[in-house]
Each structure stands twice: as C-alpha cells, then as structure tokens.
Write a protein that binds this ligand. Structure first.
Ligand SMILES: NC(=O)c1ccc[n+]([C@@H]2O[C@H](COP(=O)([O-])OP(=O)(O)OC[C@H]3O[C@@H](n4cnc5c(N)ncnc54)[C@H](O)[C@@H]3O)[C@@H](O)[C@H]2O)c1
Length: 282
C-alpha cells in the first residue's frame, strides 16, 4: 500500500481520541508514515476491542502504540500522560534525532445532544452538560497544547489539527452545545496558529464530511444526516475515516507548512453543495 514516508526518526504523534473513527485511522496512517503514536481514548469494556484492534494495527506497521484509557479533559490524567511521554522520550533520547511530538490531533467526540430550550426541562441541556461538552470538545485542545508546549515536547515545525464539523456554522436539532464547541475549537485553532508561528508550528481545523462512526450514530436523526450527505456529496457517498486520515497525513508533509489557521475541508466537496440537487434512485 502506498504511503508518504515523511517522518524523521523519533517522530511521535499525539492523538486525542485514538481508539476509533478519525483518530484511530489517522493514527494508523501516520504510523505507516513512520510516526510512533501516543494515544488517549476513553473506552469501557464494550468498546475496548476496537481500541485494542487499532493498537494492533499501529504496531503491525512497526511503530510504537502507547495508549492511555483516560478522560482527556481531566487535568490530573493529562499531567500523567505528559509525564509518561517525557519518560518515553528520555528512554529513547538520541542527540542526532531527539524525540519530539510532530503532530497533535484533537479528535474527541463526547458531547451532550439535547435542546438549548424546551418546555420539558428534561429535554434541555444543563449547565453541567454544556460545560462538559465545551471542555472535552473545545477547551481541552488548549490545555493539551499548553502542556506539550511547556514541557518542550513539540518539534519545531510541528502540526496541530482539530476535527471540526459543518455544525460549527450551521444548526442541527440537538446539536447546540456541540455546535458551540466546534465554533470555539475553530477559534482556538486560529489563535494557536498566530501564537505558535514563532516556533514554525501550524494549527488547522479539519472539516470532515458526514462519516459513519460511533459518534455519528449517537446524533439524533443521523439517518437523515446520512441521506442528506449522500445526496449533497458530489460523489454520492459518505466520507470515510480513511479519506480524512490520508488528508491529515498529507498535511504533515513539509510542503504544507504554509497552510495555517485555516479550516480545511476533507469531505469530497460535500460542504460546497448547499442544496439537495440529486434524487435518490427509487
Ligand atoms: N463522524 C462524523 O460525521 C464527523 C464529521 C465531522 C467531524 N466529526 C468530529 O470528529 C471527531 C471524532 O469523531 P469520530 O466520528 O471519529 O468519533 P468516534 O466516536 O469514532 O471517536 C471518538 C474518540 O474520542 C474518544 N473520546 C471521547 N471522549 C473522550 C474523553 N473524554 N477523553 C478521551 N477520549 C475520549 C473515544 O474513545 C474515541 O477514541 C469529533 O470531534 C467529531 O465531532 C465527526
């Protein structure tokens, strides 16, 4: 299978949301391109086999897969992961190729999907749910970047990516808190792009098309989203996690170093099409 063999020795990618979906497939693709993977995920017994399969796929490429099954929004757990990365780097230190994080991907899906306002209070988002959604899906990006930067783990020229969605600028039923988190995430990415430029570190949002993952299946009315995406997408099919993983890997190439502070679509043109112009075969 063709891949871009682009990572210098001792390059690591830190993937937040590594066990499945975009995070999982990007980890595998980056491993094929020579990156070792440090991954954070949150899985219980039912979904652990998926996390284990992703880890095995990474290791099959010859790369290391160092996984942490912890809440990425928990400050104490984050500090433990950073300390473990420091330990790993000390153990593989090499003057010619000092270990460093060259890619950080934020791909966490953990939002409350309810209405902002309803006559029935049980249908309404609580303050706690909104804060949790914002924390996991947006604010955690900043805290991870801060800690990696402070610990001097980033390579010069590192790339930061965050998974956004069409919901950052459009409304969907029950998507209010996730929508707000996506808008905040894109905003954080632009700010990081500005603040990290002196270290040649870039930051971009990746806007994937509708993709059949565990997170999508949790969105109420996902069947309508899927039908709509199939109709709007110029290719009349859904985006796959592999499509997105390949685009992110492409963007780690040195030739992409001038792409910064942007929202990059990884959707086959789906979000360029506003109206449903194609009718499904009967
Ligand atoms: N699926 C789509 O159609 C689509 C489209 C555009 C953007 N996105 C975005 O892509 C991102 C990834 O979603 P996905 O579709 O790959 O979903 P997914 O459910 O397959 O993956 C989510 C990952 O996040 C991890 N995770 C969730 N909460 C966590 C927490 N608190 N701490 C640590 N790990 C946690 C899970 O363990 C898993 O590895 C999300 O931000 C989602 O909004 C999805």
């Amino acid at each position: 299978m063709a891949t871009l063999n682009i990572a210098p020795p001792n390059s690591y990618a830190l993937i937040l949301g590594v066990s499945s979906g975009f995070g999982g497939h990007t980890a595998i693709e980056l491993a094929k391109a020579g990156y070792h993977i440090v991954g954070v995920h949150l899985d219980r017994a039912a979904t652990m086999p998926i996390a284990e399969a992703t880890k095995a796929d990474i290791e099959r490429t010859g790369a290391k897969a160092i996984f942490f099954n912890v809440n990425a929004a928990d400050e104490a757990r984050r500090k433990e992961v950073i300390a473990a990365i420091q330990q790993e780097f000390a153990s593989v230190y090499n003057e010619e190729h000092p270990p460093s994080i060259r890619v950080l991907l934020h791909s966490l899906a953990f939002g409350s999907l309810k209405m902002l306002v309803s006559e029935n209070p049980a249908e309404m988002l609580t303050q706690k749910q909104i804060e949790m959604t914002m924390d996991v899906m947006a604010n955690s990006l900043v805290y991870w970047v801060q800690d990696v930067f402070q610990a001097k783990l980033f390579a010069r020229g590192a790339r930061i990516f965050a998974m956004t969605s069409g919901g950052s600028s459009r409304v969907l039923p029950m998507y209010g808190s996730v929508s707000a988190a996506k808008a905040a995430l894109e905003s954080y990415i632009r700010q990081l792009a500005l603040e990290l430029a002196p270290w040649d570190i870039t930051a971009n949002s990746i806007l994937a098309g509708v993709t059949d993952t565990a997170a999508l299946r949790k969105i109420p009315g996902n069947d309508i989203l899927i039908d709509n995406a199939m109709m709007r997408n110029p290719f009349h099919r859904l985006t796959t996690p592999e499509n997105v993983a390949k685009i992110i890997t492409l963007l780690t190439h040195e030739y992409a170093s001038w792409i910064n502070g942007d929202v990059i679509r990884a959707d086959g043109g789906e979000n360029a099409v506003d109206v449903t112009w194609w009718k499904k075969e009967a």
